[in-house]
Write a protein that binds this ligand. Structure first.
Ligand SMILES: Cc1cn([C@H]2C[C@H](O)[C@@H](COP(=O)(O)OP(=O)(O)OP(=O)(O)O)O2)c(=O)[nH]c1=O
Length: 192
């Protein structure tokens, strides 16, 4: 069965590769990521994953995902510039927050999806740490302005839930969606 990954995120491709899933095509979806008025983080992520999967026309299965950081009702997406990344890091400093990834899988006429939440705590960040992190550029393209899989990992003393969900694709749920749609993953019996 043909699988298209509707994502430009190298992390999503690498996470799939980690479980032996190699898409037949990778086509990033170009959609408007502006939240609707009053839209809650989980609903926003779910809507974007659905829109990304629908924006790519392909035979077979189309997989898409969207990751956001949620501080209460507030949605932190990818910072648009360094000033916004700084705002996000100041807000997240010393705080527990949620990282929500919505995964969507589309096949002709059908759509399956899961929204997964991981609780993450960031340590209290000093001005020096924030300045050095901003200078590293790692915040670019990362929801909430940090990357747990990078230097940002040093800011995270605690998580509760799926790690791969924070990096951008919850592998357990993604594998379940693929299996449910009849896609044969290596864990079904092929050599990994
Ligand atoms: C919190 C966090 C997010 N991220 C990333 C995962 C996502 O790639 C990104 C959130 O942006 P998304 O809009 O979910 O995805 P994307 O623009 O990177 O790719 P595409 O829409 O084409 O699939 O933040 C990390 O890599 N590490 C982290 O610790």
């Amino acid at each position: 069965m043909r699988l298209t990954l509707a994502s430009g995120s190298p992390r999503r491709r690498e996470l799939l590769a980690q479980i032996g899933v190699v898409p037949d095509a990778i086509i990033p979806a170009d959609i408007d990521e502006t939240p609707l008025g009053g839209e809650l983080p989980r609903a926003y992520a779910a809507r974007l994953a659905a829109e990304k999967s629908a924006a790519v026309a392909a035979e077979g299965l189309v997989l898409a995902a969207d990751t956001v950081v949620a501080v209460g009702r507030r949605i932190l997406g990818k910072p648009s510039d360094m000033a916004e990344a700084e705002q996000f890091l100041r807000l997240l400093s010393g705080r527990r927050h949620k990282v929500i990834t919505a995964v969507g899988l589309r096949a002709e006429g059908q759509y399956w999806h899961r929204e997964v939440e991981t609780a993450v705590k960031l340590k209290v960040l000093s001005h020096t740490e924030i300045a050095a992190y901003l200078a590293s550029g790692e915040w670019q393209g990362k929801a909430g302005g940090y990357a747990i899989q990078g230097i940002g990992g040093a800011f995270v003393p605690w998580i509760n839930g799926s790690y791969t969900n924070v990096v951008g694709l919850p592998l357990t749920e993604t594998m379940n969606l693929l299996q449910g749609a009849g896609y044969v993953v290596p864990l079904d019996g092929e050599a990994v």
